[in-house]
Design a protein around this ligand. Structure first.
Ligand code: HEC
Length: 192
């Protein structure tokens, strides 16, 4: 064996050794990200297409009816389609439906995202939180990017719509948002 071959073999062996534990972790993280992306996309697509349909058919009032009656049921339906041990939901510090209130470890993530945003730091597309040895949470930050969101989450002026929101959500916190604001996040909980 010539010297060049020996050196190549040795460096190959060391890099394989060094890479071994990392690769396992990387594969696990990649799988978590993939699961998070597919699940969050499925929820977002389901809600968005239904919202559009209702907005077109009957404007914000009908879309509001849809959101208040169906958003939660649709989320449950999406969950039934996901593999065992995977659940998706929406959270917000300034929530409209109290069922979307973040739990302790989720609140920490939302607060951190808000702090980054306030410091003009571009937010990552996703975050992974290790909850315990068997549980991870995937977060996808939700930013207000479309004007239509402000119809129901901005400075709502239409009196009918305002009243309808107040009737359904007496402790609504989800108003007065502006374009580019952090609205909340999609959370995918993945249990081994
Ligand atoms: C027609 C009114 C309407 C429009 C338009 C609308 N929303 Fe909502 N949104 C609601 C209602 C009602 C709820 C509460 C749903 C429930 O009861 O689960 C809600 C809930 C949410 C939540 C869950 C957290 C919470 O506050 O309960 C997020 C996140 C959210 N909306 C983001 C958006 C974004 C982003 C857009 C724009 C793409 C948007 N919404 C457009 C009415 C609307």
């Amino acid at each position: 064996m010539n010297l060049l071959k020996l050196v190549t073999l040795l460096s190959l062996a060391t890099s394989l050794l060094l890479a071994a534990p990392k690769t396992k972790e990387n594969t696990q993280i990649k799988a978590l990200i993939k699961m998070g992306q597919t699940s969050s996309k499925l929820l977002l697509k389901t809600l968005a297409s239904n919202m559009k349909k209702n907005m077109k058919a009957g404007g914000p009032l009908q879309a509001l009816d849809f959101c208040s009656q169906e958003a939660y049921t649709l989320t449950e339906k999406v969950n039934q389609k996901l593999p065992n041990g995977v659940r998706v939901k929406r959270i917000s510090s300034k929530f409209r439906n109290p069922a979307n209130k973040p739990t302790g470890n989720e609140q920490v993530v939302l607060e951190s995202l808000q702090k980054l945003k306030d410091a003009n730091i571009l937010l990552p597309k996703q975050l992974i939180q290790k909850v315990d040895a068997n549980t991870y949470k995937y977060y996808k930050p939700l930013i207000i990017k479309k004007q239509v969101c402000l119809k129901c989450h901005g400075d709502v002026k239409e009196t009918d719509l305002k009243r309808a929101i107040a009737e359904r959500y007496p402790i609504d916190k989800a108003m007065h948002y502006k374009m580019g604001d952090l609205r909340g996040a999609i959370v995918v909980t993945i249990t081994k």
